[in-house]
Ligand binder design. Structure first.
Ligand SMILES: [Zn+2]
Length: 148
């Protein structure tokens, strides 16, 4: 076995471990899959701020289990960048509202976060997918380059 494929196997084993831990304990906030902000269940992957950030490359996979879970809507500063018919816009304090941010940054963010949101719905529909295949293609690529 080459070193590269060895590293890959280790990465896959690690990812499998994430998902097992996720299934068993998911959030560190409290017991179960509770949102750190509102305290309610984060029932679906399409509600998960952690997975959204993972899918768009804002969260290192190693931290997926270490960070507290939140609803997407309970993290309005990120959720405001989801622009979709089936996502009701969230309100954000003026200091963090996208209306007051650099328009170019905002349009890049909207494109990325909105794709991430659609990706979560796709993942939900697909059912069983390896966690390594969750992120957007360019994020997967970046993660692979980091590992080799
Ligand atoms: Zn919440």
């Amino acid at each position: 076995m080459t070193t590269a494929s060895h590293a890959k196997t280790a990465a896959i084993a690690k990812a499998a471990n994430f998902i097992t831990q996720r299934t068993l304990t998911m959030a560190k906030c409290d017991e179960g899959y509770l949102c750190c902000v509102c305290g309610d269940d984060v029932e679906n992957i399409t509600d998960s701020d952690l997975y959204l950030r993972f899918v768009i490359g804002l969260l290192d996979p190693e931290l997926l289990h270490a960070q507290p879970e939140k609803h997407i809507r309970c993290n309005p500063t990120l959720a405001q960048f989801i622009v979709a018919d089936d996502f009701a816009p969230v309100e954000v304090e003026p200091d963090f509202a996208k209306q007051n941010l650099d328009p170019e940054y905002v349009s890049q963010r909207e494109a990325l976060v909105t794709r991430g949101w659609h990706r979560l719905k796709e993942l939900k529909a697909l059912g069983e997918v390896s966690i390594l295949e969750f992120p957007l293609p360019e994020v997967i690529e970046a993660l692979q380059q980091k590992k080799t």
